[in-house]
Design a protein around this ligand. Structure first.
Ligand code: 4AZ
Length: 235
């Protein structure tokens, strides 16, 4: 019976997953990213520039199609993580050699604006990262979690000094009691507002899903002008 249940849930998750998050891509072994146009991917700056391809078009980590990266663009404010663990401007743009075809499985997401980033708004975070701090295995099937955006003031009260360094290029999201969060391997992945706009990119956090230790995300809305200037997209 449990086999049947798991077969059924696998089939259901397959059915639902095929079309969810067509904008999600994978970068390297441990990072995600988002298609913001057929030729441009937004990912985390801290994921580096080592890998020269992304995979897109599947919710299965091992089944995406590879697209070569021809250039990386890093915002002027980004500095590699320092001792204070500040990851300001933790986003980066990748230009693909050939555009990803626009289909049900791969398609860009529109970039959100400041109105999409309100405290209390439930945002969807997706990735192939760890499902608990103890489970160090990458997931094969894309997972998602819904978490509320926190005000910066509330985030500064969190239980670690790193949260005091929240900048306008970041926002926090999560519950006071924890339990739902992004984790290792989700970095660079999409954070999507209730109206389906890209508002963030997974950046960092102290541990995963612990009480008063929310996830920290790069805020994409303030990056619109920079994204427009690099990509020429009509934002
Ligand atoms: C990471 O290392 C990471 N709980 C991503 C998100 C969070 C922690 C770590 C947030 O990719």
């Amino acid at each position: 019976c449990s086999l049947r249940v798991s077969l059924l849930t696998n089939m259901l998750s397959w059915y639902f997953c095929v079309c969810i998050n067509p904008y999600q891509v994978q970068y390297g072994k441990y990072c995600g990213g988002s298609l913001v146009s057929p030729s441009w991917v937004l990912k985390a700056a801290h994921c580096g520039v080592k890998d020269n391809y992304i995979s897109a078009g599947s919710t299965y980590s091992s089944r995406g199609t590879r697209y070569n990266v021809c250039a990386h663009f890093v915002p002027p404010g980004w500095e590699a993580p320092n001792k204070a663990h500040v990851m300001d401007f933790d986003y980066q743009l990748l230009l693909l050699e050939t555009p990803v075809p626009v289909t049900n499985r791969s398609r860009p997401i529109a970039i959100g604006s400041e109105e999409d980033v309100q405290p209390g708004a439930m945002v969807q975070v997706t990735g192939w990262g760890h499902t608990s701090p103890e489970n160090g295995y990458k997931q094969e099937i894309l997972r998602r979690v819904l978490v509320p955006i926190m005000s910066d003031d509330q985030c500064r009260l969190a239980k670690h000094k790193f949260y005091k360094t929240i900048t306008p290029q970041m926002f926090c999201a999560g519950y006071e009691h924890g339990s739902k969060d992004a984790c290792q391997g989700d970095s660079g992945g999409p954070v999507v507002s209730p109206r389906g706009r890209l508002v963030g990119s997974v950046s960092f956090g102290i541990g995963c899903a612990a009480p008063r230790q929310p996830g920290v995300y790069a805020d994409v809305a303030p990056a619109r002008a920079w994204i427009r200037s690099v990509t020429g997209l009509p934002l």
